[in-house]
Design a protein around this ligand. Structure first.
Ligand code: 6GU
Length: 232
């Protein structure tokens, strides 16, 4: 999979050289490239924003650098048969869920455009739709200063679903949200620690009883912490 990120703060993404995603990049499973939006400006100050028409607080990102960036990146993934999926992290977007991550993980080429929260000129989204499928995607109902942290969360959630990135694919299925429930609690040695015992059933060797207990725990946790997921 190819992922191109466009940001005015490319060094946010340095952390993606670490851990499982870093390994996936080294092995070539994940071709992740981070670009500085200012590379597509041509004025001396490398300007990317301007005041909003109609007035109001803050600045709006200018359309011209975005269009040049998208033109170049949408056509540069040589060999990609599909048009790219162009993602703009935005608190005004659809909510990013595990199902969204699974959807994006199927795609050959993602372009992620990180704006500042006052926004990108609206015409950029219309123009991007001529180059690929545009998705405005939010992490949830709170406000970040820009799209970078959200983009990193999405890249990690998507990247770990690419076959070969997570060593043991079984660890992907037993997680929170994969089956619509929160995950069950985990324990390791010692079996008794600071007066706290590991639940007996986990030491019983009875795999049927363990599976049933874990399922009950998933349902109970979900009922208490996330009743919205149960839809009742
Ligand atoms: Cl995707 N962007 C920003 N700026 N704020 C957010 C968000 C995204 N998701 C939640 N809050």
């Amino acid at each position: 999979m190819r992922i191109d990120v466009v940001s005015i703060f490319p060094s946010y993404f340095d952390g993606l050289a670490l851990s499982l995603l870093g390994k996936a990049r080294e092995s070539g499973i994940l071709d992740l490239r981070v670009h500085d939006l200012r590379d597509w400006t041509s004025d001396r100050h490398r300007t990317v924003d301007d005041t909003p028409y109609g007035g109001g607080a803050g600045m709006v990102m200018k359309p011209e650098p975005w269009a040049l960036a998208l033109d170049e990146l949408a056509s540069s993934a040589s060999g990609a048969a599909e048009r790219p999926t162009i993602i703009f992290p935005s608190p005004a977007g659809e909510v990013f869920r595990q199902a969204t991550a699974r959807d994006f993980a199927q795609r050959e080429h993602l372009i992620i455009g990180c704006g500042r929260y006052e926004g990108i000129d609206e015409r950029v989204f219309e123009y991007a739709a001529t180059l690929g499928e545009v998705r405005l995607v939010s992490l949830g109902d709170y406000v970040l200063n820009g799209g970078e942290v959200a983009a990193m969360a999405m890249i990690e959630a998507v990247g770990r679903l690419i076959p070969g990135v997570v060593g043991n694919p079984e660890s992907l299925v037993e997680e929170s949200h994969e089956d619509g429930l929160l995950e069950y609690p985990s324990y390791t040695k010692p079996s008794s620690w600071r007066e706290r015992a590991v639940p007996d059933v986990l030491l019983s060797g009875n795999h049927g009883a363990i599976a049933a207990w874990r399922r009950d725990q998933q349902i109970e946790r979900t009922r208490v912490r996330r009743p919205d997921l149960l839809g009742d």
